[in-house]
Design a protein around this ligand. Structure first.
Ligand SMILES: *Cc1c(COP(=O)(O)O)cnc(C)c1O
Length: 364
Protein backbone atom coordinates (compact mmCIF):
# COMPACT_ATOMS: atom_id res chain seq x y z
CA UNK A 1 0.00 0.00 0.00
CA UNK A 2 1.11 3.56 -0.68
CA UNK A 3 1.52 6.36 1.83
CA UNK A 4 -1.90 6.62 3.45
CA UNK A 5 -2.52 10.39 3.38
CA UNK A 6 -5.32 11.66 1.11
CA UNK A 7 -7.89 14.43 0.91
CA UNK A 8 -11.46 13.26 0.38
CA UNK A 9 -13.83 15.75 -1.22
CA UNK A 10 -17.54 15.45 -0.39
CA UNK A 11 -19.67 16.72 -3.32
CA UNK A 12 -22.92 16.39 -1.37
CA UNK A 13 -21.51 18.70 1.32
CA UNK A 14 -20.83 21.33 -1.35
CA UNK A 15 -24.43 21.06 -2.49
CA UNK A 16 -25.72 21.19 1.07
CA UNK A 17 -23.64 24.27 1.93
CA UNK A 18 -24.79 25.96 -1.27
CA UNK A 19 -28.42 25.41 -0.22
CA UNK A 20 -27.74 27.04 3.16
CA UNK A 21 -26.20 30.06 1.43
CA UNK A 22 -29.12 30.17 -1.01
CA UNK A 23 -31.49 30.47 1.95
CA UNK A 24 -29.59 33.51 3.20
CA UNK A 25 -29.41 35.13 -0.23
CA UNK A 26 -33.18 35.43 -0.76
CA UNK A 27 -33.83 36.52 -4.34
CA UNK A 28 -30.20 37.36 -5.07
CA UNK A 29 -28.13 35.04 -7.26
CA UNK A 30 -24.96 33.28 -6.12
CA UNK A 31 -21.53 33.24 -7.67
CA UNK A 32 -19.87 30.09 -6.37
CA UNK A 33 -16.33 31.31 -5.72
CA UNK A 34 -14.01 28.59 -7.06
CA UNK A 35 -10.75 30.54 -7.30
CA UNK A 36 -7.49 29.03 -6.03
CA UNK A 37 -8.42 25.58 -7.33
CA UNK A 38 -11.74 25.87 -5.46
CA UNK A 39 -9.88 26.59 -2.22
CA UNK A 40 -7.87 23.41 -2.73
CA UNK A 41 -10.91 21.23 -3.45
CA UNK A 42 -10.22 20.93 -7.19
CA UNK A 43 -11.67 23.47 -9.64
CA UNK A 44 -13.54 21.09 -11.92
CA UNK A 45 -14.58 18.71 -9.15
CA UNK A 46 -16.15 21.56 -7.16
CA UNK A 47 -17.63 23.31 -10.19
CA UNK A 48 -19.18 20.11 -11.53
CA UNK A 49 -20.59 19.23 -8.09
CA UNK A 50 -22.33 22.60 -8.05
CA UNK A 51 -23.28 22.76 -11.74
CA UNK A 52 -26.95 22.04 -11.07
CA UNK A 53 -27.39 24.64 -8.35
CA UNK A 54 -24.85 27.45 -8.87
CA UNK A 55 -25.99 30.52 -10.81
CA UNK A 56 -22.40 31.19 -11.86
CA UNK A 57 -18.76 30.76 -10.94
CA UNK A 58 -16.23 33.34 -9.76
CA UNK A 59 -12.56 32.80 -10.59
CA UNK A 60 -9.35 34.79 -10.68
CA UNK A 61 -7.62 33.83 -13.89
CA UNK A 62 -8.42 33.28 -17.54
CA UNK A 63 -7.00 29.75 -17.36
CA UNK A 64 -9.61 28.83 -14.72
CA UNK A 65 -12.42 30.29 -16.84
CA UNK A 66 -11.11 28.46 -19.88
CA UNK A 67 -11.01 25.18 -17.94
CA UNK A 68 -14.65 25.63 -16.88
CA UNK A 69 -15.70 26.30 -20.48
CA UNK A 70 -13.63 23.33 -21.72
CA UNK A 71 -15.53 21.16 -19.24
CA UNK A 72 -18.75 22.21 -20.93
CA UNK A 73 -19.95 24.54 -18.17
CA UNK A 74 -21.81 27.44 -19.77
CA UNK A 75 -22.71 29.32 -16.59
CA UNK A 76 -21.87 33.00 -16.20
CA UNK A 77 -18.26 33.38 -15.01
CA UNK A 78 -17.00 36.36 -13.02
CA UNK A 79 -13.32 37.32 -13.22
CA UNK A 80 -12.79 38.69 -9.71
CA UNK A 81 -9.85 40.92 -10.65
CA UNK A 82 -10.80 41.42 -14.28
CA UNK A 83 -8.08 41.40 -16.90
CA UNK A 84 -4.39 41.92 -16.17
CA UNK A 85 -3.65 43.28 -19.65
CA UNK A 86 -5.62 44.49 -22.66
CA UNK A 87 -4.82 41.39 -24.67
CA UNK A 88 -7.09 39.26 -22.47
CA UNK A 89 -10.19 41.16 -23.61
CA UNK A 90 -10.89 39.34 -26.89
CA UNK A 91 -10.86 35.96 -25.11
CA UNK A 92 -13.11 37.37 -22.37
CA UNK A 93 -15.69 38.26 -25.01
CA UNK A 94 -15.15 34.96 -26.81
CA UNK A 95 -15.74 32.91 -23.64
CA UNK A 96 -18.61 35.11 -22.47
CA UNK A 97 -16.99 36.12 -19.18
CA UNK A 98 -17.87 38.98 -16.84
CA UNK A 99 -14.74 40.91 -15.83
CA UNK A 100 -14.43 43.17 -12.81
CA UNK A 101 -13.10 46.63 -13.62
CA UNK A 102 -11.31 47.94 -10.56
CA UNK A 103 -8.91 50.52 -12.02
CA UNK A 104 -8.81 53.40 -14.49
CA UNK A 105 -6.25 51.43 -16.45
CA UNK A 106 -8.70 48.57 -17.01
CA UNK A 107 -11.42 51.00 -18.03
CA UNK A 108 -9.11 52.57 -20.57
CA UNK A 109 -8.15 49.18 -22.03
CA UNK A 110 -11.83 48.37 -22.43
CA UNK A 111 -12.49 51.71 -24.17
CA UNK A 112 -9.67 51.02 -26.62
CA UNK A 113 -10.84 47.48 -27.40
CA UNK A 114 -12.90 46.14 -30.28
CA UNK A 115 -14.82 43.09 -29.16
CA UNK A 116 -16.67 40.44 -31.13
CA UNK A 117 -19.65 40.82 -28.79
CA UNK A 118 -20.55 43.07 -25.85
CA UNK A 119 -19.69 41.86 -22.36
CA UNK A 120 -21.31 42.46 -18.98
CA UNK A 121 -18.92 44.15 -16.54
CA UNK A 122 -18.65 44.69 -12.78
CA UNK A 123 -17.43 48.11 -11.70
CA UNK A 124 -15.66 47.81 -8.37
CA UNK A 125 -15.45 50.70 -5.98
CA UNK A 126 -13.12 51.05 -3.04
CA UNK A 127 -15.42 51.38 -0.03
CA UNK A 128 -12.59 51.56 2.49
CA UNK A 129 -10.57 48.37 2.25
CA UNK A 130 -7.99 50.14 0.06
CA UNK A 131 -7.14 47.03 -1.89
CA UNK A 132 -8.91 47.04 -5.27
CA UNK A 133 -11.51 49.45 -6.60
CA UNK A 134 -11.95 52.94 -7.99
CA UNK A 135 -12.05 55.80 -5.51
CA UNK A 136 -15.65 56.71 -4.73
CA UNK A 137 -15.30 60.13 -6.39
CA UNK A 138 -14.29 58.53 -9.70
CA UNK A 139 -17.27 56.21 -9.93
CA UNK A 140 -19.90 58.51 -11.53
CA UNK A 141 -17.51 59.44 -14.34
CA UNK A 142 -16.55 55.77 -14.87
CA UNK A 143 -20.21 54.78 -15.05
CA UNK A 144 -20.81 57.49 -17.63
CA UNK A 145 -17.89 56.27 -19.73
CA UNK A 146 -19.08 52.66 -19.50
CA UNK A 147 -22.61 53.65 -20.53
CA UNK A 148 -21.21 55.03 -23.83
CA UNK A 149 -19.36 51.83 -24.80
CA UNK A 150 -20.94 49.50 -27.36
CA UNK A 151 -18.68 46.73 -26.01
CA UNK A 152 -20.49 46.82 -22.62
CA UNK A 153 -23.67 44.80 -22.18
CA UNK A 154 -24.55 45.89 -18.64
CA UNK A 155 -22.94 47.18 -15.47
CA UNK A 156 -23.12 45.81 -11.92
CA UNK A 157 -21.77 47.92 -9.08
CA UNK A 158 -19.55 45.96 -6.73
CA UNK A 159 -17.57 46.36 -3.54
CA UNK A 160 -15.87 44.12 -0.99
CA UNK A 161 -15.79 44.51 2.78
CA UNK A 162 -12.67 44.21 4.90
CA UNK A 163 -14.38 43.66 8.24
CA UNK A 164 -17.60 41.78 7.58
CA UNK A 165 -16.36 39.21 10.11
CA UNK A 166 -15.09 41.79 12.59
CA UNK A 167 -16.17 44.10 15.37
CA UNK A 168 -16.62 47.16 13.15
CA UNK A 169 -18.68 45.24 10.60
CA UNK A 170 -19.79 46.79 7.32
CA UNK A 171 -21.73 49.89 8.38
CA UNK A 172 -19.32 52.60 7.19
CA UNK A 173 -18.28 51.03 3.86
CA UNK A 174 -21.88 50.04 3.14
CA UNK A 175 -22.98 53.67 3.62
CA UNK A 176 -20.28 54.80 1.15
CA UNK A 177 -21.48 52.22 -1.36
CA UNK A 178 -25.15 53.07 -0.91
CA UNK A 179 -24.56 56.78 -1.42
CA UNK A 180 -23.41 55.96 -4.95
CA UNK A 181 -25.69 53.07 -5.70
CA UNK A 182 -28.96 54.61 -4.56
CA UNK A 183 -31.13 55.63 -7.45
CA UNK A 184 -28.64 54.30 -10.01
CA UNK A 185 -30.87 51.40 -10.99
CA UNK A 186 -27.76 49.22 -11.24
CA UNK A 187 -27.49 45.65 -10.01
CA UNK A 188 -25.09 45.23 -7.08
CA UNK A 189 -22.72 42.63 -5.67
CA UNK A 190 -21.40 43.01 -2.12
CA UNK A 191 -21.60 39.86 -0.05
CA UNK A 192 -18.83 37.33 0.54
CA UNK A 193 -19.57 34.45 2.95
CA UNK A 194 -19.27 36.54 6.12
CA UNK A 195 -21.49 39.33 4.79
CA UNK A 196 -24.06 36.90 3.42
CA UNK A 197 -24.35 34.93 6.67
CA UNK A 198 -24.12 37.89 9.04
CA UNK A 199 -26.04 40.55 7.08
CA UNK A 200 -28.29 38.56 4.73
CA UNK A 201 -30.27 41.65 3.62
CA UNK A 202 -27.13 43.16 2.10
CA UNK A 203 -27.03 40.48 -0.61
CA UNK A 204 -29.85 42.42 -2.27
CA UNK A 205 -32.72 41.13 -4.40
CA UNK A 206 -33.49 39.91 -7.88
CA UNK A 207 -30.66 40.74 -10.28
CA UNK A 208 -28.10 41.21 -7.48
CA UNK A 209 -25.34 38.69 -6.81
CA UNK A 210 -23.56 37.45 -3.69
CA UNK A 211 -20.07 35.91 -3.82
CA UNK A 212 -19.66 33.21 -1.16
CA UNK A 213 -16.48 31.15 -1.08
CA UNK A 214 -15.31 29.67 2.20
CA UNK A 215 -18.78 28.74 3.49
CA UNK A 216 -19.33 26.58 0.39
CA UNK A 217 -16.40 24.51 1.56
CA UNK A 218 -17.88 24.10 5.02
CA UNK A 219 -15.74 26.42 7.15
CA UNK A 220 -17.06 29.37 9.10
CA UNK A 221 -16.20 32.82 7.73
CA UNK A 222 -16.22 34.08 11.34
CA UNK A 223 -14.83 31.18 13.39
CA UNK A 224 -14.28 33.31 16.48
CA UNK A 225 -18.03 33.97 16.77
CA UNK A 226 -19.93 31.13 15.21
CA UNK A 227 -18.84 27.65 14.26
CA UNK A 228 -19.44 25.97 10.92
CA UNK A 229 -21.70 23.46 12.70
CA UNK A 230 -23.78 26.27 14.22
CA UNK A 231 -24.21 27.68 10.71
CA UNK A 232 -25.35 24.23 9.53
CA UNK A 233 -22.33 23.83 7.22
CA UNK A 234 -20.71 20.46 6.44
CA UNK A 235 -17.00 19.97 5.71
CA UNK A 236 -16.40 19.51 1.98
CA UNK A 237 -12.84 18.26 2.55
CA UNK A 238 -11.53 15.59 4.89
CA UNK A 239 -7.77 15.30 5.29
CA UNK A 240 -7.19 11.68 6.24
CA UNK A 241 -4.21 9.50 7.05
CA UNK A 242 -3.13 6.65 9.29
CA UNK A 243 -0.88 5.81 12.20
CA UNK A 244 2.38 4.40 10.82
CA UNK A 245 4.30 3.84 14.08
CA UNK A 246 3.71 3.80 17.83
CA UNK A 247 6.14 4.73 20.63
CA UNK A 248 5.61 3.95 24.31
CA UNK A 249 7.41 6.60 26.33
CA UNK A 250 8.30 7.06 30.00
CA UNK A 251 7.86 10.18 32.11
CA UNK A 252 10.51 12.76 31.22
CA UNK A 253 10.92 11.58 27.63
CA UNK A 254 10.43 14.06 24.80
CA UNK A 255 8.70 13.93 21.41
CA UNK A 256 9.79 15.30 18.04
CA UNK A 257 12.21 18.00 16.81
CA UNK A 258 13.35 20.36 19.51
CA UNK A 259 11.90 18.09 22.17
CA UNK A 260 9.10 20.60 22.63
CA UNK A 261 6.77 18.11 24.30
CA UNK A 262 7.87 16.31 27.45
CA UNK A 263 5.80 13.51 28.99
CA UNK A 264 4.86 13.74 32.68
CA UNK A 265 3.51 10.19 32.76
CA UNK A 266 3.81 7.02 30.70
CA UNK A 267 2.31 7.76 27.30
CA UNK A 268 1.55 6.16 23.94
CA UNK A 269 2.54 8.27 20.97
CA UNK A 270 1.18 7.58 17.49
CA UNK A 271 3.11 8.77 14.45
CA UNK A 272 0.80 10.06 11.71
CA UNK A 273 1.75 10.14 8.03
CA UNK A 274 1.09 13.86 7.62
CA UNK A 275 3.50 16.77 7.89
CA UNK A 276 4.05 20.31 6.73
CA UNK A 277 5.12 19.11 3.28
CA UNK A 278 1.52 17.91 2.95
CA UNK A 279 0.22 21.37 3.81
CA UNK A 280 -0.43 20.71 7.49
CA UNK A 281 0.57 23.87 9.38
CA UNK A 282 3.98 23.60 11.04
CA UNK A 283 2.87 26.19 13.57
CA UNK A 284 0.19 23.87 15.00
CA UNK A 285 1.31 23.48 18.63
CA UNK A 286 0.88 20.59 21.05
CA UNK A 287 -2.85 20.26 21.68
CA UNK A 288 -4.05 20.85 18.12
CA UNK A 289 -7.11 18.59 17.67
CA UNK A 290 -7.23 15.52 15.45
CA UNK A 291 -9.04 12.20 15.73
CA UNK A 292 -7.66 8.68 15.73
CA UNK A 293 -9.84 5.58 15.39
CA UNK A 294 -12.89 7.81 15.72
CA UNK A 295 -11.75 9.40 19.00
CA UNK A 296 -10.69 12.97 19.41
CA UNK A 297 -7.19 13.58 20.68
CA UNK A 298 -4.33 16.07 20.28
CA UNK A 299 -1.00 16.54 18.53
CA UNK A 300 2.23 16.33 20.55
CA UNK A 301 5.32 18.43 19.89
CA UNK A 302 6.48 19.93 16.63
CA UNK A 303 5.06 19.01 13.23
CA UNK A 304 7.76 17.47 10.99
CA UNK A 305 7.96 17.62 7.21
CA UNK A 306 6.32 14.21 6.70
CA UNK A 307 4.96 13.25 10.11
CA UNK A 308 3.34 14.50 13.27
CA UNK A 309 2.70 12.88 16.65
CA UNK A 310 -0.69 12.10 18.17
CA UNK A 311 -1.48 11.31 21.80
CA UNK A 312 -2.82 7.73 21.89
CA UNK A 313 -2.53 7.33 25.66
CA UNK A 314 -6.31 7.15 26.08
CA UNK A 315 -6.92 5.31 22.81
CA UNK A 316 -5.28 1.93 23.55
CA UNK A 317 -7.10 0.21 20.69
CA UNK A 318 -5.41 2.49 18.12
CA UNK A 319 -2.25 0.94 16.65
CA UNK A 320 -0.49 0.94 13.32
CA UNK A 321 -3.03 1.42 10.55
CA UNK A 322 -5.55 3.22 12.76
CA UNK A 323 -7.44 5.86 10.74
CA UNK A 324 -6.64 9.50 11.42
CA UNK A 325 -8.72 12.58 10.64
CA UNK A 326 -6.58 15.73 10.46
CA UNK A 327 -9.63 17.84 9.58
CA UNK A 328 -13.11 17.19 8.25
CA UNK A 329 -14.61 13.76 8.88
CA UNK A 330 -18.03 12.95 10.29
CA UNK A 331 -19.73 12.07 13.56
CA UNK A 332 -17.48 11.38 16.56
CA UNK A 333 -14.40 11.60 14.34
CA UNK A 334 -15.18 15.11 13.08
CA UNK A 335 -12.40 17.66 13.45
CA UNK A 336 -13.46 21.15 12.30
CA UNK A 337 -10.79 22.73 10.06
CA UNK A 338 -11.55 25.99 11.86
CA UNK A 339 -10.31 24.49 15.16
CA UNK A 340 -7.07 23.27 13.59
CA UNK A 341 -6.59 26.67 11.95
CA UNK A 342 -7.25 28.59 15.16
CA UNK A 343 -4.78 26.41 17.06
CA UNK A 344 -2.16 27.13 14.38
CA UNK A 345 -2.87 30.86 14.31
CA UNK A 346 -4.39 30.87 10.84
CA UNK A 347 -7.71 30.41 9.05
CA UNK A 348 -9.29 27.43 7.31
CA UNK A 349 -8.91 29.25 3.96
CA UNK A 350 -5.13 28.92 4.28
CA UNK A 351 -5.25 25.25 5.35
CA UNK A 352 -7.38 24.31 2.33
CA UNK A 353 -5.37 26.38 -0.16
CA UNK A 354 -2.06 25.08 1.22
CA UNK A 355 -2.90 21.42 0.63
CA UNK A 356 0.25 20.19 -1.10
CA UNK A 357 0.28 18.73 -4.62
CA UNK A 358 1.71 15.46 -3.26
CA UNK A 359 -1.54 14.73 -1.39
CA UNK A 360 -3.89 12.66 -3.58
CA UNK A 361 -7.31 14.33 -3.79
CA UNK A 362 -10.22 11.91 -4.26
CA UNK A 363 -13.95 12.29 -4.56
CA UNK A 364 -15.82 10.60 -1.68
C1 LIG B 1 -12.39 35.43 -2.54
C2 LIG B 1 -13.45 36.46 -2.71
C3 LIG B 1 -14.76 36.24 -2.24
C4 LIG B 1 -15.14 35.02 -1.42
O1 LIG B 1 -14.83 35.29 -0.07
P1 LIG B 1 -15.18 34.25 1.11
O2 LIG B 1 -14.72 34.96 2.33
O3 LIG B 1 -14.39 33.02 0.84
O4 LIG B 1 -16.64 34.01 1.07
C5 LIG B 1 -15.72 37.18 -2.50
N1 LIG B 1 -15.41 38.33 -3.18
C6 LIG B 1 -14.17 38.60 -3.63
C7 LIG B 1 -13.90 39.87 -4.34
C8 LIG B 1 -13.14 37.68 -3.39
O5 LIG B 1 -11.91 37.96 -3.83
Amino acid sequence: MSRPIRALIHPEALGHNHSILRRHAGEASLWAVVKANAYGHGLLRAAQSLAGVADGYAVLEMAEAQALRNAGLDHPILLLEGYFSADELPAIAELGLTPVIHSRRQLQWLEESRLARPIPVYLKLNSGMNRLGLPVVDVPQALLRLSRLPQVAGVTLMSHFAEADGERGIEAPLARFQALHEGSGLAKSLANSATLLRYPGVAGGKGDWARPGIALYGASPMPGWVSAAELGLLPAMSLLSEIIAVQDIRPGERVGYGGLFQAEKPMRVGVVACGYADGYPRHAPTGTPLSVAGRRTRTLGRVSMDMLAADLTDIPEAGIGAPVVLWGGAGEARVPADEVATAAGTIAYELFCALAPRVPVLTA
